[in-house]
Design a protein around this ligand. Structure first.
Ligand code: GLC
Ligand code: CA
Length: 561
């Protein structure tokens, strides 16, 4: 594969609402991000991904856009965004915008026009179906729970929504819809945006089945059926994605990362040399605790063997066809230390170990705000404390199915998306230095121990460790090997050993991890390697609990010796 500018990148994701509030309304804003550009720059990353900041009624915190061309007033103005983009560019940071184009908000003009005149020109911007009996056309279940069909007023017509009922899906079959979307993308690229994180894009082509009146066999007690197999990656999606690539991405050499799980057979088309996108997010290990579950508040069981298999498998596949986008967290995930570590085993070593685990994989690593200081899940005790639409719908559905309150809360405490959305912890000050007034979502009570200011000052901290990981990847002599080298998972006898190698003809990087709370014998010989990074001060006879070491070997200098 030819080298591309977006391969040598580390991305920092900002959820504006929870990053920094500068006008005292309790909600993070663009001036807050501008204020922290130096902090971001000093982390060593070189790309920012901004979660949606467009005008929106915020039913899904901006993933329900009502005006693609305006910044929502809660975040600031278009001028602030222009300032943010130029401030980022001055510091060598690229900016990715979140592109939510599978659906819009019910407040979007197109939808409002459709409601006013259901047979007018905007009917075909959406999927509208009429039924003779006034019942939903079929029994498909939306991602957030409940039917995918929502009634339009008193009529017998319904519109389709894959996510929340306030997020009607756009009809991508309509060439006018596609042109309007592409024009908007071009507009933002012309304003200086360097690319896009593309939301829910695998859903833009619908199968005939899901739009038809057919009752499908139910897959759970609610009598409904999951939509995944009928809306994701459907035959024909290639036409829409190819058009987007040709009309927008090629023209601007954009960096693009799509939120879509791609089966192996399609990887070439998605991320190969002429793929639709630069890279795609893989859900296999992020959702390892829920994959395959259809009941709203149930967990899937998994162990370290499964985790390793998922990561190694995904790495091999992505490397074969293109570029990967490894991540531990984002705004849809709980905090990673709570997901991947057992309660009572979260500490400096295990937290930094998780960082090492994914950071030297093949692809562009993504860091979600707060991950770099080891932020953790919020101790939610009552359903009233949650705000997320997905969380609340899941709660209601689980209740209807008769799940006990405690079981539901236990699930949501571990899994709710609100865990990632609590305010960024900047300092020990009131509200963690995020805002002067009561924030829109409560600050995690651990902010006095976990915050940027203290971690900056401490001799040893998760923050310092993240900086070292980033600089090893971006500026060290091993940089090329880490960015472009081959990935190879190393088989070891025990599941607690997590070992992989990156290599090219000049150098080798070997990542060795003890994913356990016990001291254990080293599983690989490392005498002739240099230590590039170590979350302990030294190398002892045995590998320590949750120790993570990155070793390096330089064939070039060895030959010169
Ligand atoms: C994506 C977003 C998520 C949002 C959904 C609907 O999965 O990451 O936050 O709720 O799409 O837009
Ligand atoms: Ca604000």
């Amino acid at each position: 594969m030819k080298k591309k500018w977006w391969q040598d990148t580390v991305v920092y994701q900002i959820y504006a609402r929870s990053f920094l509030d500068t006008n005292g309304d309790g909600i993070g804003d663009l001036p807050g991000i501008i204020k922290k550009l130096d902090y971001i720059k000093n982390l060593g990353v070189n790309v920012i991904w901004l979660s949606p900041i467009n005008r929106s009624p915020m039913k899904d915190n901006g993933y329900d856009i009502s005006d693609y061309y305006e910044v929502d007033p809660v975040f600031g103005t278009n001028k602030d965004l222009a300032e943010l983009i130029s401030g980022a560019h001055e510091r060598g940071l690229k900016v990715l915008m979140d592109l939510v184009v599978n659906h819009v908000s019910v407040n979007h003009r197109w939808f409002q026009e459709m409601i006013k005149d259901p047979c007018g020109p905007y009917r075909d911007y959406f999927y509208v179906r009429e039924t003779a009996d006034g019942k939903e056309p079929n029994n498909f279940r939306s991602y957030f729970g409940g039917s995918v069909w929502e009634k339009i007023g008193e009529s017998n017509s319904f519109y389709f929504h894959a996510f929340g009922k306030d997020q009607p899906d756009l009809n991508w079959e309509n060439p006018k819809v596609r042109q309007d979307i592409f024009d908007m993308m071009i507009y933002w690229q012309e304003q200086g945006i360097d690319g896009f994180r593309i939301d829910a894009i695998g859903n833009i082509k619908k199968s005939e089945t899901i739009l038809s009146s057919c009752t499908m066999p139910a897959d759970a007690e609610d009598g409904m059926r999951a939509i995944h197999d009928y809306v994701i990656n459907q035959p024909g999606i290639d036409k829409f994605l190819g058009e987007m690539r040709d009309k927008v991405f090629m023209r601007f050499d954009s960096m693009t990362v799509a939120e879509i799980n791609v089966p192996e057979k399609d990887l070439e088309a998605y991320i190969g040399e002429n793929g639709y996108f630069s890279m795609v997010f893989d859900f296999s290990y992020a959702d390892i605790d829920t994959n395959g579950i259809t009941r709203p508040c149930d967990f899937a069981s998994w162990d370290l063997k499964d985790l390793k298999r998922c990561i190694f498998h995904s790495q091999k596949n992505y490397q074969k066809y293109g570029w990967a986008a490894p991540y531990l967290e984002n705004h849809d995930q709980p905090r990673s230390i709570n997901k991947y570590l057992k309660d009572g085993e979260i500490n400096y070593y295990s937290t930094t170990m998780l960082g090492v685990l994914y950071f030297f994989l093949n692809g562009t690593p993504y860091i979600y705000q707060g991950q770099e200081i080891g932020m953790s899940n919020y101790p939610f005790a009552d359903i009233k404390e949650f705000t997320d639409v997905d969380t609340i719908t899941k709660y209601q559905k689980a209740k209807e199915l008769g799940d006990p309150e405690e079981k539901i809360l236990d699930f949501l405490r571990r899994r709710s998306r609100d865990n990632a959305r609590t305010p960024m912890q900047w300092s020990k000050e009131l509200y963690a230095g995020f805002s002067e007034s009561h924030p829109w979502l409560a600050v995690n009570p651990n902010y006095k121990e976990v915050n940027v200011e203290d971690e900056e000052a401490a001799e040893r901290s998760v923050l310092h460790f993240y900086r070292s990981m980033i600089s090893l990847r971006r500026t060290s002599e091993y940089k090329d090997t880490i960015v472009y080298g081959m990935f190879e998972g190393v088989d070891t006898e025990y599941e607690e050993d997590f070992v992989y190698r990156r290599s090219d003809d000049k150098r080798e990087v070997l990542v060795v991890i003890n994913y356990s709370p016990e001291q254990r014998p080293w599983c690989v010989e490392s005498n002739d390697y240099k230590i590039l990074l170590n979350n302990y001060d030294e190398i002892r006879e045995q590998i320590q609990p949750y120790q993570a070491v990155v070793f390096g070997k330089n064939y070039v200098s060895d030959q010169n010796d």
